[in-house]
Write a protein that binds this ligand. Structure first.
Ligand code: JCF
Length: 680
């Protein structure tokens, strides 16, 4: 470091440290304290210094995470401590057997005060296992598991992963530390990656695990750097330090102190029954996680007991993985039907041989559009891999070509609407094909009425999808305006409609007349205008007249309204049929109080993001959300550092815990109601 002035060296170390600090807060703790722009500014400062004094650049510089020169091949590495796999359990009984074997081996019967074993429980992440070696606190090697004894050197690639420390944090760091963990791709990153691949006409990944594995197997680490991979630590291989933790959970806590991400749901429990409770609780939350898990890992928590238990051939005796129902299964594509949606969009829907995936029986899967059918290369009769992850609609991830029957039939996208026979059109640059029939198309009429009547729109109690279809098919209604002309005797003649339900329906339709401008705008079913946009329109324009008359320019001045949405809004109100339906609805008595632009309190919660969690008992969740939106707040589903406030009802769990850990103000439902009453 000669020729580099001391003050530059000090400044360099300072910037490096600050960036490392922010990196850790952002990627490991999920709790950034500065905006991205400030992080970028500091990164540029570091890069400027490094450009001026290239001798400064060290392997642990935060600037070095972008990836470097491509390799020709991966070299092999031998694991000093074998990387073992886990034994599997597929039922509670198999978990009981595991517990029994442990107790027998440890002679627990003789130890009266230690009648139950303490287990560390954690979700089993569905990614790729890695080993990271740190010497004197510096990351010197990253390797894949390989066959457990010999893996591949992927150091250049793991360095690009932001949640992996290049240098251990804290003071009491071990001389030698081999951290094992799972590298995985969270679902949003996976979806974005596949969307990009799809748009570029490239091959997509079947699941996040394959995408993570593919991203790590890159000879060019710049490709790895472009993928939002994460690493979660779950055990330790080689270890030389002054003090050794006494339990698995304490070891993981130490790893957390040294800068690693450890799973947020890690928990120590006593006894096998508590393990089963943990399994059930996590199984219920599986769909709400942002990453895929395929089970729960249980480990005897006491490291001394682990040592006494030892290993069998390929797995430790002291650990087991209790598997969840698989999220991918094979089944057969029986047929494809084409459904027509509210906006005329034609969606191919796969009819499947029923199959149990991710805990539910799946009979249908969406095929999205014609491009998707082409990309998958799927035919009727094919054996396909169905994937259902998270709360999402099941989809066909892949065709098993080896199993294609000789009589497999190509899927032909229709050029006429299957419901009204109007021509099918596909706009330039759009993937979606649409029926051109508009409100001449029976399917579009039905969908428009279903949407109009739905809970978040006009909220017509008792007017469900089936009844709408019945009413349209019977010729009782042709448009949403006709709903308000219905009389009990017009309905009572219909199939399955008793006198009582007919008059109940008419009463519910009457009740729905009193609404809000936002709900009315949403109910109209303008393309791309969801609940939030409808609320924004109502707040900004105040009356239906102002919204109908707004031109694209005025609409674009509103926050959150872009050119596409603006165009759909203008098109909708330029259509005389739509205007006459609005007139008819108002003539029938549909009404709301206009929002007085002058008297309106200027949205005191504008710019804030609120989260509702737990059970609400005084008001419904929908009502609470409405009130917050009226005051200008956004209502989000998850807590992050950007959350302004959390309302927590009874039974609030992880969101409340997260809010507390981030120091976000939390109020009870009573406090929230009082807050609303005060007007803030
Ligand atoms: O999350 C995982 N995939 C995972 C794998 C977690 C663990 O605690 C593991 C593991 C594989 C082996 N523990 C071992 C010993």
């Amino acid at each position: 470091m000669k020729n580099i002035p001391t003050n530059v060296l000090m400044e360099y170390e300072r910037v490096k440290d600050t960036l490392d600090q922010h990196n850790h807060r952002y990627y490991v703790l999920d709790d950034p304290s500065i905006p991205d722009s400030e992080y970028d500014r500091q990164m540029r400062q570091l890069q400027d210094l490094e450009q001026q004094y290239p001798a400064l650049i060290s392997d642990d510089s935060p600037s070095q995470r972008v990836g470097g020169k491509a390799l020709d091949a991966f070299t092999q590495v031998r694991h000093a401590v074998a990387m073992l796999s886990l034994e599997n359990a597929f039922s509670d009984t198999e978990l009981d057997d595991f517990d029994r074997r442990l107790k027998d081996r440890l002679n627990f019967a003789a130890l009266k005060d230690l009648s139950e074993i303490e287990f560390a429980c954690e979700p089993k992440l569905d990614g790729v296992a890695v080993s990271l070696l740190y010497e004197n606190g510096h990351l010197i090697r990253g390797a894949t598991r390989g066959d457990g004894s010999v893996g591949e050197d992927i150091t250049a690639n793991v360095r690009t992963i932001n949640s992996i420390p290049l240098k251990l944090r804290g003071d009491n760091t071990p001389k030698l530390l081999e951290v094992r963990g799972e590298i995985y791709l969270p679902r949003p990153g996976f979806d974005a990656l596949n969307a990009k691949a799809m748009a570029a006409g490239e091959k997509t990944f079947v699941n996040p695990r394959n995408a993570a594995a593919g991203s790590l197997r890159q000879l060019d680490s710049k490709v790895t750097a472009s993928r939002p991979l994460e690493m979660c630590a779950y055990s330790v291989g080689q270890f030389e330090a002054e003090v050794t933790p006494d339990s698995h959970t304490h070891m993981l806590e130490a790893l957390g102190d040294w800068g690693f991400k450890i799973n947020e749901h890690l928990q120590a429990v006593k006894g096998v029954e508590a393990c089963k409770d943990y399994y059930r609780a996590m199984a219920e939350r599986r769909d709400t996680l942002t990453y895929d898990i395929d089970g729960i890992v249980y480990k005897v928590n006491d490291l001394g007991l682990q040592q006494r238990l030892g290993f069998v051939a390929k797995a430790p005796r002291w650990a087991i993985a209790r598997k969840f129902p698989a999220q991918e299964e094979m089944t057969q594509l029986l047929d494809v039907e084409f459904q027509v949606g509210r906006t005329g969009a034609i969606t191919p829907v796969a009819r499947l041989e029923p199959v149990f995936v991710g805990g539910v029986t799946v009979r249908n899967a969406t095929l999205h559009n014609g491009d998707e059918i082409r990309r998958l290369g799927v035919c009727v009769g094919d054996t396909v891999i169905i994937r259902r992850a998270g709360d999402v609609i099941p989809k066909i991830a892949k065709v098993v070509l080896e199993k294609r029957p000789v009589d497999a039939r190509a899927i032909v996208f229709p050029d006429r609407c299957p419901v009204c026979q109007s021509s099918v059109q596909r706009a330039e640059g759009e993937a979606v094909a649409r029926c051109s029939g508009g409100l001449f198309c029976g399917a579009q009429i039905k969908e428009a009425i279903k949407h109009f009547a739905s809970r978040k729109a006009m909220d017509i109690d008792g007017l469900g999808d089936k009844l709408v279809e019945l009413l349209v098919d019977a010729g009782a209604i042709y448009s949403v305006a006709d709903l308000y002309e219905l009389t009990p005797d017009k309905i009572a003649g219909l199939e399955r409609m008793a006198d009582k339900s007919a008059s109940n329906l008419v009463a519910a339709i009457n009740v729905s007349k009193e609404t809000t401008l936002a709900k009315f705008l949403y109910a109209l079913g303008i393309r791309e205008v969801g609940e939030a946009t409808a609320q924004t329109l109502a707040n900004n324009f105040g009356t239906i007249e102002s919204v109908t008359k707004a031109d694209a320019e005025q609409l674009l001045e509103v926050d959150d309204i872009g050119p596409v949405v603006a165009k759909h809004i203008v098109n909708f109100f330029n259509n005389p049929d739509n205007l006459s339906i609005i007139d008819a609805l108002r003539d029938a008595g549909v009404s709301w109080s206009d929002i007085d632009q002058n008297a309106q309190p200027s949205q005191p919660l504008k710019g804030q993001t609120w989260v509702l969690t737990g059970g609400l008992e005084i008001m419904s969740r929908a009502e609470a959300k409405d009130r917050l939106q009226e005051l200008g707040a956004k209502v989000a589903g998850s807590v992050s550092a950007k959350t302004s406030r959390v309302v927590a009802g009874p039974g609030a769990g992880s969101k409340l815990a997260k809010a507390e850990s981030l120091d976000i103000p939390v109020m009870t439902e009573e406090e929230f109601v009082a807050f609303l009453a005060r007007g803030q």
